[in-house]
Design a protein around this ligand. Structure first.
Ligand code: NAD
Length: 293
């Protein structure tokens, strides 16, 4: 059994990008620049955005952070988006979600110029993904593809069961794993809360991608010997054994499932750390004009 190390893989990718940025700087090319918009004072969102900006600085990208109080109107936010869409310094930008209730996430996402949508949430980029065209794949699915690729996990002809059909993880994952590409070429079963025979389906799976958000849901009696298990779930539960008073659990009952697996991602340290690497890869692609030529 091999435990897939997302933290190490993410650092490797960041180092590779840092080298590329050095080369770009040495040749006098344009330094990739990521901008982020943060609305309100949600502690979680602030931490995520701060860490994204810090990582940009570490690897040599330019970055800018625009902060607004949660009283900003939708119209004002759309004006800022238009400004970033037209700013030649900014290669890509993200808007930390969720937004306050009076602002429509969808309207905001659709206002981002697809060529600068490095989160990959714009309908144009989701459509391009479905058509297997060059695009920005959103952070979590892109991170999972990277892990499969870097651990050289065979996917062609395999049966992949995806648990959960959210727009940000399960649905795109099911499309990507079925694409005529590597990683991909799987026979995919997309399961969700209305699926009746989940255990039976999981027992047939060579690859299981669990993204339903229910702590330790996937147990050993649902997994066949030699399977590859990717655990996307993150549930925070109280713990008196950690300094913070919290611990993170995945959707997989790791201790009992891991011994049956060929490969498995842990939580924390599996899929989670890959999201930042994905965002940086997308920003690099944007600065090179690799998606929208
Ligand atoms: P979501 O809540 O939007 O969707 C959950 C999906 O699971 C739904 O499609 C639902 O139909 C399905 N589901 C619920 N109960 C089920 C059951 N009993 N059997 C089968 N399917 C069931 O979830 P999401 O936004 O995709 O997130 C899923 C989990 O992944 C959460 O724990 C979230 O915190 C985590 N997550 C982690 C990362 C990361 O970077 N590691 C990124 C995004 C989300």
């Amino acid at each position: 059994m091999i435990i897939i190390d997302g933290k190490k893989t993410s650092e490797e990718i960041q180092n590779e990008i840092a080298k590329e940025v050095e080369a770009i700087k040495a040749s006098g090319g344009k330094v990739p620049h990521l901008a982020a918009i943060l609305v309100g004072n949600d502690g979680g969102s602030e931490t995520y955005v701060a860490s994204k900006v810090k990582t940009c600085e570490k690897i040599g990208f330019g970055s800018s952070l625009f902060r607004y109080p949660d009283t900003i109107t939708e119209a004002e936010l759309l004006i800022k988006i238009d400004e970033l869409n037209n700013d030649p310094v900014v290669d890509g930008f993200i808007i930390q979600l969720p937004l306050p209730k009076h602002i429509s996430d969808q309207k905001v996402i659709e206002r981002i110029a697809p060529k600068k949508d490095v989160d990959g949430f714009h309908p144009s980029n989701v459509g391009r993904m479905a058509l297997n065209m060059p695009t920005y794949i959103s952070a979590t699915p892109y991170g999972i593809l990277q892990l499969l690729e870097r651990y050289k996990i065979e996917t062609s002809g395999k049966h992949c069961v995806v648990i959960g059909r959210s727009n940000i993880v399960g649905s795109p994952m099911s499309i990507l794993m079925a694409r005529n590409a590597y990683p991909g070429n799987c026979t995919v079963t997309l399961t969700h809360s209305k699926t009746k025979n989940l255990q039976e389906l999981c027992l047939q799976a060579d690859i299981i991608i669990a993204a339903l958000g229910k702590a330790e849901f996937l147990t050993a009696d649902m997994v066949k010997q030699g399977a590859v298990v990717i655990d996307v779930g993150i549930t925070r539960i109280k713990s008196d054994k950690t300094k913070s008073g919290w611990k993170l659990l995945g959707d997989v009952k790791f201790d009992e499932v891991a011994p049956k697996c060929a490969f498995i991602t842990p939580v924390p340290g599996g899929v989670g750390p890959m999201t930042i690497a994905s965002l940086l890869m997308n920003t690099l692609k944007a600065s090179k004009g690799a998606v929208y030529k």
